[in-house]
Design a binder for this molecule. Structure first.
Ligand SMILES: NC(=O)C1=CN([C@@H]2O[C@H](COP(=O)(O)OP(=O)(O)OC[C@H]3O[C@@H](n4cnc5c(N)ncnc54)[C@H](OP(=O)(O)O)[C@@H]3O)[C@@H](O)[C@H]2O)C=CC1
Ligand SMILES: O=C1OC[C@@H](O)[C@H](O)[C@H]1O
Length: 380
């Protein structure tokens, strides 16, 4: 009963967060959003409401009317009919880039060139090379660039990592990280099914399964042992299952599916949002590792003994209703303001993740998503 009450209370407050008052001696970080994207309210607009030092100041869409309607709905002050105009606005400090994957590189490079910090949606780009170039430009310019692997900022994810690192269960031997959704959740014309925009299950849900595999194992894969794709259309995987070898004789499986077919075409399958880490002396089953705020469980089993843990806050940070995105925003603002952060996703992490994604597509023969045709001007 108490867990149902907790769930309802967390979800309700997540969507109606208490509004933070601006801090008297701090200039709020002004964000501009590229595109009236579906994810922007959850990932930034709502989290900002409870942050005393951040504001969503502007939105741009390819169609200015669409940007206007979005701004009105979300109380955003400034509207642009082109992404470049927004980037060039001197009042804006940071850009949120939730464009289709295939446009991440071009618009992040343009934003960085204009001197803006960037919160960049996952996966960072279509290739590891593009990812490297974005981070190099950010470093050259002294700007913050973060690939928005929001789940990495949540206390539950840190608790699992701490259990692994405590040595209680011995060395990691096997991991399985899954993210699947029932068929029908994504429309056929979704950007995720569009090869030229960087689509594919491995790019979308798969980038989390690879990131969490690498994070929990604590090492990077050395070889892709096998890959199986189910395609939605030519070159676009609706589902990918891949097995990896990692140092220390670890083997890992990732499963991602943008639309699991319904049983007998009648019964939708339950989403699979689980990570399992099998170690020498026991295992951890982490239910709902990507959206743990609504509900999660961390079941630690050794022999015949099991315990269940949950972690919605850090001892010194957060509220139970803070989403992964709210924790991520906390770190992003702190990093821009030169303060320590409770978690981070580094340049090396983002590059290695894209390398692993590309290695799976290379092994299967499907090939990496197309390289961006954007060529940065030599003066940036
Ligand atoms: N962190 C997370 O939990 C999530 C992250 N994501 C990531 O965010 C990004 C966007 O996803 P999502 O919000 O679901 O996608 P949407 O399709 O809702 O939004 C994409 C935006 O891209 C713009 N766009 C620019 N060029 C094109 C084009 N050629 N075709 C289509 N759209 C275009 C559109 O902007 P305009 O308004 O200008 O037309 C649109 O608003 C992806 O990279 C995805 O991986 C997505 C969901 C969850
Ligand atoms: O990042 C994401 O997280 C949630 C999923 O529904 C979505 O496909 C993906 O883009």
């Amino acid at each position: 009963m108490s867990s149902i009450i907790g769930f309802v209370s967390r979800v309700r407050t997540t969507f109606n967060p208490p509004e933070a008052k601006p801090l008297p001696n701090s200039k709020p970080l002004k964000f501009g959003v590229l595109g009236a994207a579906a994810i922007a309210p959850d990932a930034l607009i709502n989290p900002v409401k409870s942050h005393p030092e951040a504001v969503v100041f502007a939105v741009a869409a390819r169609d200015k009317e669409r940007a206007g309607a979005f701004a009105k709905k979300h109380g955003i002050a400034k509207v642009f009919g082109s992404y470049q105009e927004l980037i060039d606005d001197p009042e804006i400090d940071a850009i949120y880039n939730p464009l289709p994957n295939g446009l991440h590189y071009e618009w992040t490079m343009k934003a960085l060139a204009a001197g803006k910090h960037v919160l960049l949606e996952k996966p960072a780009a279509n290739t590891a090379e593009e990812t490297r170039k974005m981070f190099e430009l950010a470093e050259t310019k002294g700007l913050v660039l973060l690939e928005a692997f929001h789940y990495r900022f949540h206390p539950a994810v840190h608790r699992v990592k701490a259990i692994i690192e405590s040595g209680e269960l011995g060395a990691v031997q096997r991991t399985t990280t899954s993210l699947t959704l029932p068929g029908g959740y994504m429309k056929a014309n979704d950007i995720r099914f569009n090869y030229s925009l960087g689509g594919g299950a491995l790019m979308d849900m798969g980038c989390y399964t690879i990131n969490s595999m690498r994070y929990f194992a604590g090492v990077d894969p050395t070889e892709v042992l096998s890959v199986k794709h189910d395609l939605s259309n030519p070159q676009v995987d609706r589902k990918t299952v891949a097995k990896f070898a990692l140092p220390g004789s670890i083997t890992s499986t990732i499963v991602c599916d943008l639309g699991v077919p319904w049983k007998f075409k009648l019964i939708p399958s339950m989403p699979d949002l689980n990570a399992t880490i099998k170690c020498e002396k026991g295992d951890i089953k982490f239910m709902n590792y990507v959206m743990p705020t609504a509900y999660h469980s961390i079941t630690v089993t050794t022999g015949s003994k099991s315990r269940v843990e949950k972690a919605y806050t850090f001892p010194d940070l957060g509220e139970p209703w803070w989403t992964t995105y709210r924790y991520q925003l906390e770190a992003f603002v702190n990093r821009v303001k030169g303060r320590p952060t409770h978690a981070w996703v580094t340049k090396e992490d983002s590059i290695k993740n894209m390398e692993a994604i590309e290695s799976v597509y290379a092994k299967s023969g499907l090939g990496s998503r197309p390289k961006s045709e954007y060529v940065p001007s030599s003066s940036v």
